[in-house]
Write a protein that binds this ligand. Structure first.
Ligand code: NDP
Length: 320
């Protein structure tokens, strides 16, 4: 028996993956989506960890992140996307058909692949942080800043993202305290971003500071953070109503190392639209985009990648 070769396999199930699936399924490509389950045990990408989403067009009253993903999933299935709940653990893109192996040991073959595995925000790794995600703890100021109008918030990190998000948060919050684990002269952010944040009267900085706990999971809201001064090891309570973690992102590309061109940090390099260095393999969303990182831009990228895959398949058939 010959193994089935899919026209298109989509790896990943965030806004980029589902949008690619909707377009591909409507183009009669009968795509397979390998939705990925290992990032926190659920498929659906980073929006599964947010509460209210207010900036996705079409939902004037806002929508819960998990609900938005469920709707996207339904829409992709409606047009014939087949979905399996597994992680891709190995790929072989060295020749056609492209090969993918999942965690249960099965191999899937396809003429084209869209990688939409996204990126993961880095977290501090505290139990309290995990319990309060979506309840005052966030890794995305653009997404959640507006919920902190006239509140006091802290932001953890000393890179450009922390500076940019601190400035953004001052549109809403009455006070933003940036918690930097290094000293004042060792701050990682570029000078221009750092100076801009320092000039903002609503932003304060605390240096040589690490967050060791967040209160209060029992109340399902943030009331304070426990700070440790890493010079003298003293701890103190710092009242706050929100914690933004901006300590970097990690693209979910480990499985593609050695198969695709990745940049220094691990993001997939794309050219001429959404093409990777392997013919027939495309990338969409946060897995290549470290700049915009929005659900709507990922969805747009998913659409573009699906159109490119469609064209690739049509040309291939024509040549074959
Ligand atoms: P970075 O890796 O540049 O910075 C991460 C920051 O988080 C560092 O200050 C680091 O501290 C700190 N950090 C890491 N782990 C912890 C921890 N466990 N506890 C406390 N602090 C921690 O990441 P960014 O997301 O800021 O930026 C990523 C890239 O994107 C960079 O190249 C940046 O320039 C770019 N960027 C550009 C922007 C722009 O130009 N507008 C905006 C946003 C990002 P330490 O220094 O001690 O390691």
């Amino acid at each position: 028996m010959t193994e089935k070769i899919y026209n298109l396999i989509i790896i990943g199930s965030g806004p980029a993956g589902y949008t690619a699936a909707i377009y591909a399924a409507r183009a009669d490509l009968a795509p397979l989506m390998i939705e990925g389950v290992n990032r926190g045990g659920v498929a659906g990408g980073q929006l599964m960890w947010t509460t209210e989403v207010e900036n996705f067009p079409g939902f004037p009253e806002g929508i819960q992140g998990p609900e938005l993903m469920e709707l996207m999933k339904k829409q992709s299935v409606r047009f014939g996307t087949e979905i399996i709940s597994e992680d891709v653990v190995k790929v072989d893109f060295s020749s056609q058909p492209l090969k993918m192996e999942t965690g249960d040991g099965k191999t899937y073959l396809a003429h084209s692949v869209i990688i939409a595995t996204g990126s993961s925000a880095k977290w501090l790794g505290l139990e309290s942080e995990n319990k309060l995600k979506g309840f005052g703890v966030s890794a995305c100021a653009t997404c959640d800043g507006a919920f902190f109008r006239d509140k006091k918030v802290v932001i953890v990190g000393g890179g450009d993202a922390a500076m940019e998000e601190a400035n953004f948060l001052t549109k809403f919050a009455k006070e933003v305290t940036v918690l930097v684990r290094k000293g004042e002269v060792e701050v990682k952010a570029s000078s221009i971003m750092y100076q801009r944040a320092k000039k903002n009267p609503k932003i304060k900085f605390l240096y040589n500071i690490e967050v060791v706990d967040i209160a209060d999971p029992a109340q399902k809201k943030v009331t304070s953070v426990t700070l440790k001064n890493n010079i003298d090891n003293t701890t103190s309570e710092f009242p706050t109503e929100g914690v933004f973690v901006a300590i970097g992102h990690r693209p979910n590309t480990e499985v593609f190392a050695g198969q695709l061109n990745l940049d220094r940090v691990g993001y997939i390099e794309i050219k001429d639209g959404h093409k990777t260095n392997v013919e027939g393999v495309f990338a969409a969303g946060d897995v290549h985009d470290y700049f915009y990182r929005q659900a709507i831009t990922a969805a747009g990228a998913g659409c573009q990648a699906a159109l490119e895959a469609q064209r690739f398949l049509a040309e291939k058939e024509h040549q074959g």
